[in-house]
Design a protein around this ligand. Structure first.
Ligand SMILES: Cc1ncc(COP(=O)(O)O)c(C=O)c1O
Length: 393
């Protein structure tokens, strides 16, 4: 049988990146004492009051069809939230709701680019970005994010990669997997480049509410002079520990949103009104759990640093936000992939190889901060022993 080229463009992208994680899950299911530091699922439940809101809405009959933009109550709540946070008026016609950031990014990119176009994106990048871009037919143009610059995208690394085919500069701040947060100055410079070359600037802000102490968040939406080309995507997945509810959105120029509407209607025929009601409640008040999650994740990043940094040539990168720390294992002479696989087999600690996020993290591991402190401490002890053996070998 014949298939469309998109199936070839995406073939092999999903599974290979997650192999260590899937293997770890199989080992754990077979009773092996695996400590899983792979994916970043919040380690707290969704706030009960929000689940009550969803359940009450369901019982109140909020189970019918919606529309392609989003339930009016949620659209209004998001417009109010972004107006308050970004210090300038964001109207309802600048909002579009989707089932999560992932779907939002898929729809947005499919509205902006297609075959022959190029999307500039930081390397390392969140594991699904390559597939998101490739799904459109566009080409991924990686922009190296350098450890020496705190993994913040540097304008000098973007400029030489721009061609007449460039269409979108795709940012992620706070960043997964590096935890880097772009400053207002960074964003001004990057938006300036986008303007000079008539690019869209798309920013995934799903970790906005998980900032570590001393870090200030800035959004390209803070910069009104670039408003006609800025689109931001986010969700309640991280801020409210609610990834399974699949509730996200984008904010952008009104004209862009009206162009996106038919795509949303075609893809989704609307989302679930009871989840929209819950999301409206979530975004209308500060998250009741974000501060506590932030404190725990930050404490665990420091715990990993204290246990591993400088031992056997290992180096720990402390994130500015998010759910992950990075471990530089290049001193062992192994790739991240080889280290992660052998570490899992020999020491029963599951980590994500840096290579799952692009070429720039070859020889690194990403460690999730969502396990309890004692499990993280035990994982670090196993990693230290394992690294000592590998360095000595
Ligand atoms: C950077 C980034 N963007 C998007 C997502 C997916 O978010 P959502 O659950 O809102 O689709 C994740 C999930 O881990 C992520 O890390």
């Amino acid at each position: 049988m014949r298939y469309a080229p998109v199936t070839e463009r995406l073939a092999g992208l999903g599974g290979a990146k997650w192999e260590v994680h899937m293997l770890a899950r199989r080992m754990a299911a077979a009773g092996e004492p695996v400590i899983e530091l792979t994916i970043g699922e919040p380690d707290v439940p969704t706030p009960p009051a929000l689940m009550d809101t969803a359940a009450a809405a369901m019982r109140a009959g909020r189970t019918g069809y919606s529309n392609g933009r989003g339930e009016p109550g949620l659209v209004a709540a998001l417009a109010d939230r972004y107006t308050a946070r970004r210090g300038r008026r964001i109207d309802r016609n600048q909002i579009m709701c989707f089932p999560g950031t992932q779907t939002t990014l898929y729809a947005v990119l499919n509205a902006l680019v297609s075959t022959g176009d190029e999307v500039l994106v930081g390397d390392p990048m969140y594991a699904t970005y390559e597939g998101l871009i490739r799904s459109t037919g566009a080409t991924v143009v990686p922009v190296p994010l350098r450890p020496a610059a705190g993994f913040r995208m540097q304008p000098a690394d973007v400029a030489p990669r721009i061609t007449p085919r460039s269409r979108v500069l795709f940012l992620n701040s706070p960043h997964n997997p590096t935890g880097a947060v772009l400053s207002r100055d960074d964003l001004t410079a990057l938006c300036g480049i986008a303007q000079d070359h008539d690019l869209w600037l798309l920013c995934d802000e799903v970790y906005e509410d998980l900032l570590f102490p001393g870090t200030t968040f800035a959004s390209p939406l803070d910069l009104p002079e670039f408003a006609e080309r800025v689109i931001v995507a986010s969700s309640i997945s991280k801020s409210h520990a609610a990834p399974g509810f699949r509730s996200g959105w984008c904010v952008g120029p009104a004209e862009f949103c009206s162009r996106l509407l038919p795509l949303s209607e075609t893809m989704l025929f609307g989302s679930q009104p009871f989840i929209a009601d819950m999301t409206a409640a979530a975004v209308s008040a500060p998250s009741p759990i974000a501060a506590d999650m932030m404190a725990r994740f930050h404490r665990r990043a420091l715990l990993i640093r204290d246990a591993l940094h400088g031992r056997n040539g290992l180096a720990v990168h402390i994130p500015q936000a998010g759910m992950f720390a990075l471990l530089d294992i290049r001193a062992t002479g192994m790739t991240g992939d080889a280290f992660a696989r052998t570490l899992l087999a020999e020491a029963k600690v599951a980590t994500m190889p840096g290579e799952s996020f692009g070429t720039a993290l070859t020889g690194w591991l990403r460690l999730s901060l969502t396990q309890p402190d004692d499990r993280i401490a035990e994982a670090c002890a196993r990693i230290a022993t394992f690294a000592a053996r590998k360095v000595a070998a």
